[in-house]
Design a protein around this ligand. Structure first.
Ligand code: 5GP
Length: 192
């Protein structure tokens, strides 16, 4: 998606060979008009999938997921991150290794919000090693809902997550795919 790629190039900060900061429009300050366009693009890509629920993970995916849900006229559910193992009740949980924090989390969602009859689209801001998506996919599987795929804003295609998740048969659509990035020379998108 050219609009997003241009924005990343203009306002993204490459902190290291594998961390991109997009706080100016996506992760802290949020450009809602841009999110709306991204939501429309996800809607176009998954138009025939009869999505009934968007599932994301707190916190940075939530804003984008809301604008996306508006296009699908469905609710957003976000998985919570918890460090405690004392989760009880009617809850689905999975464990993921956080890319940005370098530690393991339990993620959890109430069983009330993911039902077997749901058709779920996963939405997240970044795809790196694929841990966040793997955890979300696990929650959907536990619920018995149908997973229609995943919509990602920025895939760092030089990291293994995209290939790993696609190899399991899950449809992953990323609006911007970074082939490589370097604090000195900048970003190259896939296909450039
Ligand atoms: P993964 O689980 O695929 O390894 O990493 C995805 C998660 O880590 C995303 O939810 C995102 O919050 C965070 N993340 C991964 N790489 C980056 C990055 O380069 N920049 C930022 N801001 N977040 C990232």
């Amino acid at each position: 998606m050219k609009l997003l790629e241009d924005r990343i190039r203009k306002e993204g900060k490459i902190l290291s060979a594998d961390i991109l900061k997009v706080d100016r429009f996506l992760n802290q300050q949020m450009d809602v008009a841009l999110f709306e366009e991204m939501g429309k693009e996800f809607r176009r890509l998954f138009a025939d999938e009869k999505v009934t629920k968007i599932l994301t993970i707190e916190a940075s995916g939530i804003g984008m997921a809301c604008l996306c849900a508006q296009q699908f006229s469905c609710p957003v559910v976000f998985a919570k991150k918890a460090q405690t193992k004392n989760v009880s009740g009617d809850i689905y949980t999975s464990k993921i290794m956080s890319f940005t924090h370098g530690r393991e989390y339990d993620i959890l969602v109430s069983a009330a919000y993911l039902r077997p009859e749901d058709r779920v689209l996963l939405i997240d801001d970044f795809l790196a090693n694929g841990e966040a998506l793997r955890g979300l996919i696990d929650l959907v599987r536990q619920s018995g809902a149908t997973l229609v795929g995943a919509g990602i804003a920025i895939e760092k295609a030089f990291q293994p997550g995209g290939d790993t998740i696609r190899a399991t048969g899950v449809r992953v659509e990323s609006l911007a795919r970074i082939a490589s990035m370097d604090p000195e020379t900048g970003i190259v998108f896939v296909g450039e």
